[in-house]
Write a protein that binds this ligand. Structure first.
Ligand code: GPV
Length: 800
């Protein structure tokens, strides 16, 4: 892309920009400005610098008629924007200096920003990394999402239990977006179908307007910028005056109520679908507005709608936007008069589907009754898609029908409507083929491909871990940020004592900083020289935080039995939220906090064991904890974690992993080498075998005195002295059901943890292993993932 050269920005110039915005955009003078005011002024000054590359990128795309990629996702877990934008623009240093001249501190201002938490966990954070990588690579594209008024809830602990309060990011001004009141679409729900002049017409019962809010996403070095377009909802008619005058106040406000509810709040369920009508409406709201916007943009510069597939690609982030297929067909048939078969083919050529889980509770299914009542026209089209697929594949087994048992199966719908289906790690993709969609895979060989997830090194190394980023630059020179494979050049330096010392000094400093933060946040003192053992992710049974707590209790018990023994000091750090309605996960949270209470106040521990669980884990907390981690807990039941991305971030920041052969752990281990990865547990195949033994849990517990003791201690109420029977249910389930095989993997987990201790006792060995983790993580850059999507799915080319 050719870019008109901007005059070089100076410290004074940028200072004036900030002051200008403080005065004219925020309306404050510098002597009365609060941190919030300064943050807004700084954000606007930075945003100004994105506008040029943003316009230039948009223009280049129009002028060259580049293929455009559309990423549809119900979640974008962005976190803070200010520092990330400053870094990518190369303006962080200048901004900090300019602020200093104004008596302000960049770090203090950056800390004032609330997280944009429009996502639950891995899936939403992946979408955010992918947006940043597309911009970095100059892949012309748009992200489409929902502008939730309330993002993921805030988590507090009340007597050790999770309590939720609404998140409120939009109660403050959001300086990164541009409202586009002129870009809006009517989205329709409910109603019925009518035959008019031989055409089927959808007469809607409810309507709402989707309005665009655009956030520019700037890539590394500001070379390219794409748009994240989030849809807000507005009522179609402000107010039904006639009804109001008749005294029917509730009905008069109905359009407003619908509009306000639809984008009110993010569903807080991670890898479980809620099955609620409002969620289906949210999904259709996103999808319909986006597809209409995509067609509108296409037709602004092309006349022939049948050529659509040559010019655009649409990616569905899981099945949440899987109505994209039926919606596109509907518009092509009902509005552009294409025959169904042709509309179907064009739509299939355009769509891609990423699957993010095999968990049955996460696979979306909608009753035909609900689908038919909320989206009557789409229900007809889905039936036709299903019939057409059956006609083309007469040998198709009934078990893979899109519509079966009075339910619409969104996975099958997405599979049939996409030209490429991808899993998110090598292992997961194999399981998608062999376990999730075996029959469809056989009918459509080659459709399922793998694109292993990745994370952006700009946020997850450069921003989160400036100490390590500087050391990397000093050691191998600049440029690794956009070419992460270059981290491999660190390998020969690992033989150098000086490098290893510097590497561990950075880790030590990060730990000291995190320790200070934990003291302030949780009131607990931890020793920065202890091992920081970190498990941060959503709380879910399959992720097995419970196994980690059991091991913590076993360790506590060991120290109690042998208070004079030699133990490697550990700080067990947990972070993560549970879905508000997920009782079993909430019980695990309660247990972690109860165990923390006992362990942290036990004088016998003498600092050798601490349990820290700061509330409200989010992107910002991840940026703090990940650079301070020594050990990364990736201990899901094999076959359950589609990929994981926290595993990549922790390794990138020099943590060693203890983990199962699950998701991307497999590929991480391949790259760092088996001797640098603490592997334990059953394989996905062994898990399936193990479950056939109905006594698996009982047998595993009987075989381990340590585990028996742990369960006994919990059952006795040692961690819940005021309510001794609190965990009877939990202990009972461990003995009798234990679907996720915590007990069966426990002994091997303990064995691996002992190996971790032994390695930590040898600081030089540990340093080598830690540095090797960083050096070998180049593959896990989201730039590599996006290149994979561009080449193998989207057929898109870089504009740079
Ligand atoms: I489906 N994932 C998620 O965070 N939320 C969801 O609703 C679904 C999947 C996650 C998987 O659990 C992770 O293993 C994976 O790394 C991540 O999606 C990104 O692919």
């Amino acid at each position: 892309m050719t870019n008109e050269k901007e005059p070089t920005l100076t410290r004074e110039g940028f200072r004036d920009d900030i002051l200008h915005h403080l005065k004219y955009t925020v309306g404050k003078d510098r002597h009365h400005a609060s941190v919030y005011d300064w943050r807004l002024a700084l954000s606007y000054a930075l945003r100004d610098r994105i506008v040029e590359p943003w316009f230039a990128s948009t223009k280049a795309t129009w002028d060259n008629d580049y293929k455009r990629v559309y990423y549809l996702s119900m979640e974008y877990l962005i976190g803070r924007i200010l520092e990330d934008a400053a870094i990518n623009l190369g303006l962080k240093g200048l901004a900090a200096a300019a602020l200093l001249d104004l008596g302000q501190d960049f770090d203090v201002i950056a800390l004032d920003e609330p997280d944009a938490a429009l996502g639950n966990g891995g899936l939403g954070r992946l979408a955010a990394c992918y947006m940043e990588s597309m911009a970095t690579l100059g892949c012309p594209g748009y992200g489409y999402g929902v502008r939730y008024e309330h993002g993921l809830f805030r988590q507090r602990f009340e007597m050790g239990q999770q309590a939720e309060t609404p998140e409120d990011w939009l109660s403050q001004r959001h300086p990164w977006e541009f409202e586009r009141p002129e870009s809006n679409y009517t989205v329709r729900f409910k109603g019925h179908m009518e035959e008019r002049h031989g055409k089927t017409v959808w007469v809607p019962g409810e309507t709402v307007i989707a309005t665009a809010y655009d956030t520019p996403i700037v890539g590394w070095e500001g070379r390219w910028s794409n748009t994240l377009r989030l849809w807000g909802a507005k009522p179609t008619t402000l107010f039904d005056l006639e009804r109001f005058n008749r005294g029917d106040y509730a009905a008069a406000a109905a359009p407003e109520t619908l509009a306000r509810t639809i984008t009110r709040v993010l569903y807080p369920d991670d890898t479980t679908y809620a099955g609620k009508e409002l969620r289906l409406k949210q999904e259709y709201f996103l999808t319909s507005a986006s597809i209409k916007d995509i067609l509108r943009r296409y037709l602004e510069s092309h006349d022939d709608i049948t050529e659509l597939d040559k010019h655009i690609a649409i990616q569905m982030n899981d099945t949440h936007p899987a109505l994209a297929g039926p919606e596109l067909i509907r518009l092509l048939v009902d509005r552009h008069d294409l025959p169904f078969e042709q509309a179907l083919e064009i739509s299939q050529n355009v769509l891609g589907y990423t699957n993010h889980t095999l968990l049955p509770e996460a696979l979306e299914r909608w009753s035909t009754w609900l689908m038919g009542s909320v989206l009557p026209r789409h229900m007809q089209i889905i039936e036709k898609i299903d019939a057409a697929h059956l006609k083309a594949n007469p040998a198709r087994p009934a078990s893979i029908g899109i519509v079966r048992n009075h339910e619409v199966h969104m996975g099958e719908l997405a599979f049939v409507m996409a030209n490429r289906v991808n899993g998110v790690s090598a292992l997961h993709t194999e399981l998608v083929k062999s376990q999730l969609f075996p029959a469809l895979d056989k009918l459509h060989p080659g459709r399922v491909i793998n694109v292993t997830n990745g994370v952006t090194p700009r946020r997850w190394l450069k921003l989160a871990n400036p100490g390590l980023a500087d050391l990397v630059t000093e050691t191998i020179g600049e440029g690794w940020e956009a070419d992460l494979d270059r981290l491999e050049e660190l390998v020969p330096h690992i033989e150098d004592n000086g490098f290893r010392e510097a590497f561990m000094a950075v880790k030590r400093a990060n730990k000291a900083e995190a320790a200070h933060w934990m003291k302030v946040k949780c009131g607990i003192e931890v020793d920065p020289d202890a091992m920081f053992d970190v498990q941060v992710k959503r709380i879910h049974e399959y992720k097995r935080q419970l196994m980690n707590v059991f091991e913590t209790i076993a360790q506590w018990h060991e120290i109690k039995k042998n208070p004079e023994g030699d133990f490697v000091p550990r700080v067990k750090i947990f972070g993560g939220k549970s879905a508000p309605g997920y009782a079993v996960a909430k019980e695990i949270i309660h247990l972690i906090n109860d165990v923390a209470e006992v362990v942290n106040n036990d004088p016998d521990m003498r600092g050798r064991l601490k349990v820290i669980y700061p509330p409200n884990y989010n992107v910002t907390m991840a940026e703090r904890l990940i650079p301070a981690a020594d050990l990364s807990e990736q201990i899901s039941t094999a076959g359950k974690e589609a990929s994981g991305t926290g595993n990549m971030k922790l390794s990138l920041n020099g943590a060693l992993s203890i983990g199962t052969l699950d998701g991307a752990n497999v590929e991480i281990r391949e790259r760092v080498g088996a001797e640098n990865f603490f592997l334990f547990g059953m394989t996905a195949q062994e898990v399936i075998e193990r479950r056939k033994n109905v006594n698996h849990a009982r047998e595993a517990i009987e075989a381990s005195q340590a585990l028996k003791d742990v369960l006994q201690l919990i059952a006795e109420g040692r961690f819940s002295p005021n309510q001794r029977d609190r965990y009877h249910g939990l202990v009972h389930r461990a003995w009798n059901s234990d679907y996720f095989l915590v007990t069966s993997d426990f002994t091997d987990y303990q064995r691996a943890q002992a190996e971790v201790d032994a390695a930590f006792l040898d600081p030089d060995r540990w340093a080598r292993m830690a540095a090797l983790n960083t050096a070998k993580m180049g593959f896990f850059s989201s730039d590599r993932s996006i290149r994979g999507y561009m080449e193998n799915i989207w057929g898109a080319r870089s504009a740079l």
